[in-house]
Design a binder for this molecule. Structure first.
Ligand SMILES: *[C@@H]1O[C@H](CO)[C@@H](O)[C@H](O)[C@H]1NC(C)=O
Ligand SMILES: *[C@@H]1O[C@H](CO)[C@@H](O)[C@H](O)[C@H]1NC(C)=O
Ligand SMILES: *[C@@H]1O[C@H](CO)[C@@H](O)[C@H](O)[C@H]1NC(C)=O
Ligand SMILES: *[C@@H]1O[C@H](CO)[C@@H](O)[C@H](O)[C@H]1NC(C)=O
Ligand SMILES: *[C@@H]1O[C@H](CO)[C@@H](O)[C@H](O)[C@H]1NC(C)=O
Length: 378
């Protein structure tokens, strides 16, 4: 999800040797046939839509009807609707601008069917270096069960440092968990690099009441392993486990939670699912359907990884480290399709127009791509 430009900066320098992930044991490329076999790396992909320069596409949710909802962090805090993403040229339109409450959106997650919680804040300017204005975070709802969709403020979050991912509790989807961590104190000119603790909020979207369920865990904190990166970023719930990625450490962790969203024991020790020391994780998805317990797909710095949940093996399936090394500039999030037509398709969002030649020339430009994971196996 959100990474500061300092993250990008560090990413560029730190990640050049990062592409030495576990080699793929996927089906070898069949050069003679002229057509790629399913599952061959890099996985086949296509561009669905490219937003104008200056647009930062940050996070994705897939509607029950298969349409995609994407949030933007610049120039505005908006949600975009990508209709029938399996078509050659899907229709793309602005669904909602949250400017009444925020300038920037970060996470989006479905709560009850076809209702979405988005999080965001005001920020000082729409350039990538700008940070949020202190005490302006909010969680809002976008309700697609009505036509046109209707938005409401659910809660202000003045205590939040930087709200990131949103994950509904499977046992009560009106309650969501939200990750939170930042290393730059909000201010117009950033000077204070003291990290905030990595933590998890629990929000009841009916009442707007919220509280911390986890804080002060090393696995959620930044340790400046890569420099001033955020710690906890994307979160998702699978079964009774809360999973998260730590951008700063390259760790992927989980902890068992109770039906109320709290860890099973108050200071439960999180497990490490996988770790790629050099990688800057952003967000992830489980799937495809039927393989959710086996495979997770994680957006790295300029690439996409498949990770075995069972043994932590990690392989680059596209982008830096594969032959299509310039295909995924600044990937931010991913989710699988929800219809029979696209259940093996991983939709990936990103925020850069191109992989920058150097740190001074980062050009924001949001995109969404469809990656065909059919046939992939370790
Ligand atoms: C931000 O959104 C507003 C309202 O929809 C629009 O008028 C404005 O042009 C947008 N800004 C940019 C830079 O696109
Ligand atoms: C997590 O980070 C916070 C803020 O820097 C710090 O106060 C706390 O001691 C850290 N906790 C652990 C377990 O590392
Ligand atoms: C991608 O790979 C090509 C061929 O090895 C190389 O010339 C190019 O510089 C690489 N691009 C990036 C952004 O690393
Ligand atoms: C958008 O940014 C890319 C990458 O920097 C650049 O190649 C392209 O010319 C830009 N397009 C416009 C319309 O500014
Ligand atoms: C991890 O599991 C996959 C498939 O289940 C297997 O192919 C791979 O060899 C395993 N890797 C390690 C390091 O055990």
């Amino acid at each position: 999800m959100l990474s500061s430009v300092s993250t990008i900066l560090l990413g560029l320098t730190a990640l050049i040797p990062a592409v030495s992930a576990v080699p793929a044991t996927a089906v070898p490329r069949d050069d003679t046939a002229g057509k790629q076999q399913p599952g061959t790396l890099p996985l086949p992909e296509r561009l669905l839509y490219h937003w104008p320069n200056g647009t930062w596409v940050e996070n994705i949710a897939v509607r029950p009807n298969g349409n995609l909802l994407l949030t933007t962090s610049t120039p505005n805090g908006t949600v975009w609707h990508v209709k029938k993403p399996w078509l050659a040229q899907p229709e793309v339109e602005l669904a909602y601008n949250f400017d009444q409450w925020v300038d920037r959106l970060i996470g989006i997650g479905e709560s009850t069917p076809d209702k979405y919680i988005v999080v965001g804040s005001r920020f000082y300017s729409p350039d990538p270096l700008s940070s949020q204005v202190e005490r302006t975070f909010a969680a809002m709802e976008l309700d697609f069960t009505r036509e046109p969709p209707k938005a409401r403020l659910v809660a202000w979050f003045p205590e939040a440092a930087l709200l990131q991912g949103v994950a509904a509790l499977p046992w009560d989807r009106s309650t969501v968990l939200i990750s939170d961590q930042y290393v730059l104190r909000p201010r117009r000119i950033q000077q204070d690099w003291t990290p905030s603790p990595g933590q998890i909020w629990r929000l009841d979207t009916r009442t707007g009441k919220y509280e911390l369920t986890m804080t002060d865990y090393a696995e959620m904190n930044t340790t400046y392993a890569h420099g001033p990166d955020v710690g906890i970023d994307g979160i998702r719930i699978l079964g009774d486990q809360l999973y998260w990625v730590n951008q700063d450490t390259g760790g992927i962790h989980r902890v068992q939670i109770k039906k109320n969203g709290y860890p099973v024991t108050p200071r439960a020790k999180p497990e490490t699912v996988a770790k790629v020391d050099t990688e800057l994780w952003n967000d992830f998805a489980f799937g495809p359907e039927g393989k959710k317990d086996e495979l997770m797909w994680v957006t790295g710095f300029n690439n996409i990884y498949a990770i075995s949940i069972r043994n932590g093996s990690a392989v680059v399936v596209g982008g830096a480290g594969q032959s299509n090394n310039e295909t995924y500039p600044g990937p931010t999030s991913c989710q699988f399709g929800r219809t029979d037509k696209d259940k093996n398709i991983l939709y990936v969002t990103g925020n850069m127009a191109a992989i920058p030649p150097d740190l001074e020339h980062i050009q924001l430009g949001g995109w969404v791509r469809a990656v065909d994971t059919t046939g992939f196996h370790f």
